[in-house]
Design a binder for this molecule. Structure first.
Ligand code: HEM
Length: 483
């Protein structure tokens, strides 16, 4: 059964039936830990990649950053899709940019890229700081009741309100009301459940079977809610001629342009329906709030653990604000130490721990004697393992923002640090994600001091084994003091 890698003389990790090399995934261990162990064993072979099995499917695990560069950038046309499960017929919200493939992905990506330029970020900046002001008030209110606060959910409420505002132009109100509908839906999508993790995984491994059985990954109430919100928002904006600097305006522009250019009646392959637009808004929401809020959670955890670094980060904010008075776009970008702290958090705890690509056509691996990555197999890039490899990051368990000083960054292989991926499929929301993390942390550290609530938090922290995005098991409990 498991002869694929042996036959090709590729070093591999001994699998077991039925999970291959993923025994215990989601229950005992997070995917990142399993792949880290595979990476460490395969690296000792000295080869640029090795073989593992996700269930019975062979997967090439890339070790060498030079080969990673080839896969993500140099020979991208061989590796342009992710091999994620989508079910266009039964689950229209799964037809989003992350899962889209081929020409359809390329055309849409080209149309959406201008949404995320630094010019557009500047326009959205004040929307984000307006939510950060509310966040500040909410924190002050929260610590009036108790100085011990669970910050993970609070940070997710902050980013939910931010993304609700910039993606949908709506006040989600989740900071004011923890049970606001947007937050309830967002919480549900990322609910850690072994059953769901397994369903997502099996559907990705056996997509034809899953589609034949009408398997969908978006629960119906979530699907109905988002479809409803997007359709109502579009209808309202059309009838009231609303123009805002947000993602929805740009998505509507894409739809309008294709009607005007006639592509709706012409080449049906690339035509975007209302459902497609809803799927893009949905993925901005999903990709936009959980990744950024967990990044801030991990950063606050480390800064609470290391008071000296927290003081240094706060000093950085105070120094910059002496020059700028307010937390402006320019001020935020001058806070270099905050950026270094965020990067170090993304290194130690990358929210997306693995990148995947599917091989489009048989591919001769450069630097090997005739080895071929066969059409159709999955290639995995173990981001978490790379970020914890002492050859790239000495003493990797140590939280040290100085790793991201210009001098230290220059000495590293650029493809050893990949929190946002790389190449044409790099995270489209990178700038936005970094901007909201910078703003959130600047407001928090300026006005509050954080220490660990040690009776409620374990050190080192525990990672939830079954969540898709890397996240803290049991929440982030901190003592918060107003400054
Ligand atoms: C700290 C925050 C974030 C992190 C760590 C993150 C991470 C990632 C990663 C690792 C990928 C895959 C890249 C690859 O395969 O090479 C990705 C893709 C993507 N991200 Fe993000 N992301 C963040 C924030 C955001 C935000 C705020 C948005 C949207 C508003 C967003 C939207 C997307 C989309 C649409 C894709 C798919 C791009 C494509 O396939 O063309 N992300 N992200």
């Amino acid at each position: 059964r498991f002869t694929y890698w042996k036959q090709r003389s590729v070093p591999y990790i001994q699998p077991s039936f039925p999970q291959g090399n993923l025994a215990g995934v989601g229950k005992k261990s997070h995917m990142s830990e399993i792949l880290q162990s595979c990476y460490q064993q395969l690296k000792s072979s000295g080869k640029p990649y090795g073989g593992v099995y996700f269930f019975i499917n062979p997967v090439a695990l890339i070790i060498d950053p030079e080969l990673i560069k080839v896969v993500l950038v140099k020979d991208f046309p061989y590796f342009h899709d992710r091999n994620l499960y989508h079910n266009d017929r039964d689950d229209p919200l799964s037809r989003h940019l992350v899962a889209m493939e081929g020409t359809k992905w390329r055309n849409l990506r080209a149309k959406l890229t201008p949404t995320f330029t630094s010019g557009k970020m500047k326009l959205m900046f004040s929307t984000v700081t307006a939510v950060a002001e509310q966040f500040d008030k909410c924190m002050t209110e929260e610590i009036r009741h108790s100085s011990v606060v669970e910050m993970k959910d609070l940070l997710a409420r902050f980013t939910t309100d931010v993304i609700g505002s910039v993606a949908f132009g709506l006040e989600c109100n989740s900071l004011k009301d923890p049970d606001a509908k947007f937050r309830v839906m967002g919480r549900k999508v990322f609910e850690a459940s072994r059953y769901r993790a397994l369903k997502v995984f099996l559907a990705a491994q056996f997509p034809e079977i899953a589609r034949a059985f009408h398997v969908t990954l978006t629960p119906p109430d979530i699907s109905d809610f988002f479809m409803g919100v997007v359709k109502d928002t579009i209808a309202f904006r059309r009838s009231n001629n609303v123009q805002r600097n947000d993602f929805m305006t740009l998505l509507m522009k894409v739809m309008k342009e294709q009607v005007e250019s006639g592509t709706v009646d012409g080449d049906q392959k690339d035509h975007l329906t209302m459902d497609d637009i809803a799927a893009q808004a949905f993925v901005f929401f999903l990709a936009g709030f959980e990744t950024s809020s967990t990044t801030m959670s991990f950063c606050l955890y480390e800064l609470a653990l290391h008071q000296d670094l927290q003081n240094k980060a706060r000093q950085n904010i105070t120094d910059v604000l002496k020059k700028h008075d307010t937390i402006s776009y320019e001020a935020i970008h001058e806070m270099k130490y905050i950026e270094m702290c965020i990067n170090e958090s993304l290194r130690k705890y990358p929210p997306a721990t693995t990148l995947t690509r599917r091989v489009e056509n048989d591919y001769r691996v450069p630097g090997t004697d005739q080895q071929v990555l066969q059409k159709g197999i999955t290639v995995a890039i173990p981001v978490y393992a790379l970020h914890h490899d002492p050859d790239h990051f000495p003493n990797p368990e140590r939280f040290d923002p100085e790793r991201f000083s210009a001098e230290q960054s220059e000495k590293r292989h650029p493809f050893a640090f990949l929190p946002f991926g790389e190449g044409p499929r790099i995270c489209i929301g990178l700038r936005f994600g970094m901007m909201q993390a910078r703003i959130g942390l600047a407001y928090l550290l300026k006005n509050f001091r954080f220490t660990l609530a040690t009776d409620k938090m374990s050190v080192p922290l525990k990672i939830s084994p079954s969540s898709s995005i890397l996240t803290i098991e049991g929440g982030l409990w901190l003592n918060v003091e107003k400054l």
